[in-house]
Design a protein around this ligand. Structure first.
Ligand code: SAM
Length: 234
């Protein structure tokens, strides 16, 4: 359980409040990104995935229904409770209430076919935290494993709105939370040498008054394990 005065504690409080008000805050069905990612996971024969920031489990259910066993980690206590209730007794799923980086650090190396996350990397992480997350993802993936993630991009209508609190990072309170917006350059700058970006596409999601621009990224774990420092970013 993260301490309240940490950023993980703030995330827990913010998202638990959203999910308490609306237990289907992002809708009932799986995300558009999950379908894009599933095509790639099927192609590569993925059978186990770690899901970072699963929310209340809308994509978790889709991964499970597609025959992939899921280890999930979520910092929101309310999100975790909703998902734990939904998947009680369902085989092939293990859920954890924790900060993602701490959880990744507790995992065995080369233990996952894929790491999956939808709109998780946009959360309020510093560049150093993004790099630390990526290094851990590189470590827990088996050779040839996939890191699949989506993140709102610098072309998103919300980019530049609110109060800037870091590079490409805007505090949207009171309407929303703080978010980091992604570009191809940022992806490159936080990616360690053992992960190779094999696909990077930009998509528009949502409709009407709330369209969002999202980068869809697929990276593959190569045989190279490196400590080399990724490209410097501001
Ligand atoms: C934009 S929501 C997306 C939720 C889910 N992936 C979905 O698409 O329905 C981001 C999620 O990341 C979680 N999160 C934020 N920081 C986290 C952290 N440090 N560790 C684990 N989860 C985190 C939030 O609690 C929230 O549920």
């Amino acid at each position: 359980m993260p301490a309240r005065n940490t950023r993980a504690g703030y995330q827990d409080a913010f998202w638990s409040s959203q999910y308490s008000t609306d237990p289907e805050f992002f809708g009932r069905v799986e995300s558009p990104f999950s379908h894009w990612a599933m095509r790639l996971m099927k192609r590569d024969g993925v059978s186990s995935a770690l899901e970072l920031g699963f929310g209340y489990g809308r994509d978790t259910g889709y991964l499970l229904a597609s025959g992939i066993s899921v280890t999930g980690v979520e910092v929101s206590s309310r999100g975790y409770e909703l998902a734990a209730e939904r998947f009680r007794g369902v085989p092939g799923v293990r859920l954890h209430h924790s900060d993602a980086l701490s959880f990744l650090r507790s995992m065995a190396g080369a233990s996952m076919d894929a790491v999956y996350s939808n709109l998780f990397f946009n959360m309020h992480f510093t560049r150093a935290e993004h790099r630390a997350l990526m290094l851990e993802i590189e470590r827990v993936l088996s050779e040839g494993g996939l890191n699949l993630f989506s993140a709102r991009s610098t072309n998103d209508p919300w980019y530049g709105k609110g109060r800037q609190v870091g590079p490409g990072t805007f505090d949207h309170s009171p309407q929303g939370t703080t978010m980091v917006y992604f570009s191809a350059r940022l992806v490159k700058g936080i990616t360690p040498p053992g992960l190779k970006t094999i696909l990077l596409e930009e998509r528009t999601e949502g409709e009407g008054d709330f369209p969002i621009s999202v980068l869809y990224v697929c990276q593959k774990r190569s045989a190279v394990r490196g400590n080399a420092v990724p490209t410097p970013l501001p």
